[in-house]
Design a protein around this ligand. Structure first.
Ligand code: 6PG
Length: 237
């Protein structure tokens, strides 16, 4: 596990952008699963504003690790956030954007999206292999849209699952643990003091950490890197 700790969200965003440029070097095509949340929002702004000309976006295929089951115009939509902070500022071929159709039936969309991943990507033991999966950690400990209260979804047979937000009941489509752990690279983007206790539990594997899906992220042959700000890393020894 590679821990990279930076001063603040902005520096996390800058350093992650450098890492992404490096990952893209010498690649013909690059299949990347995005995450929602406030940290990716800043990452997308930095990527678009300072790194746009350092990347050949034509070779990047954008997917989402999870999406809320809402229309793409809804403020809750991870796709909408990505359009506002990234796609509205860089040239990406429409064919390279593979949205989770939140406005469809969650169950049908989970099946459709899993099939899309399997068609579009190389597979390892029949599991679609992303070049990079970006993950975050919510204040409640969810990662992608696998929540602690339904952590059994992590090991679901289906590569895409239907999750339910514990408070709002909102339905979400999320990739499962097998897809995450098959990726060549997995990068956590976690910032803010509210994450510090959970980061400490997961990174130091303390008692109770198994309640958090993040503790199950362990790429079988890929590389795991954490991009943290000092606030989120403040309890690490
Ligand atoms: C989601 C996100 C989620 C995100 C966390 C972290 O759709 O809810 O994909 O998994 O990564 O909520 O969000 P912050 O970056 O705001 O801490």
């Amino acid at each position: 596990m590679d821990l990279k700790i930076y001063k603040d969200k902005k520096e996390v965003a800058e350093q992650f952008s450098n890492y992404l440029v490096d990952q893209l070097k010498d690649k013909e095509s690059f299949h990347m699963a995005l995450s929602g949340g406030s940290t990716p929002k800043i990452v997308f702004d930095v990527l678009a504003d300072n790194f746009a000309d350092k990347v050949d976006w034509n070779k990047v295929h954008f997917y989402w690790g999870d999406e809320r089951c809402v229309p793409p115009s809804d403020d809750e939509s991870n796709y909408k956030m990505t359009v506002e902070h990234l796609f509205s500022k860089i040239e990406v071929p429409k064919a390279n954007i593979h949205r989770i159709l939140g406005e469809k039936s969650p169950t049908d969309e989970a099946i459709r999206y899993a099939n899309l991943l399997e068609i579009n990507m190389d597979r390892v033991e029949e599991v679609p292999q992303f070049d990079l999966v970006i993950l975050g950690m919510g204040d409640d400990g969810h990662t992608a849209s696998i929540f602690p209260h339904e952590i059994e979804l992590w090991d679901a047979e289906d590569h895409c699952v239907v999750a339910t937000h514990p408070d709002s009941g909102q339905k979400r489509v999320s990739i499962n643990g097998k897809v995450i752990n098959t990726a060549k690279e997995v990068a956590f983007l976690v910032t803010g003091a509210s994450k510090a206790e959970k980061v400490e539990a997961v990174v130091e594997k303390t008692e109770g950490s198994e309640a958090y899906p993040a503790s199950l992220v362990n790429p079988s042959s890929g590389n795991l890197v954490w991009f943290l700000d000092e606030a989120a890393a403040s309890l690490l020894k």
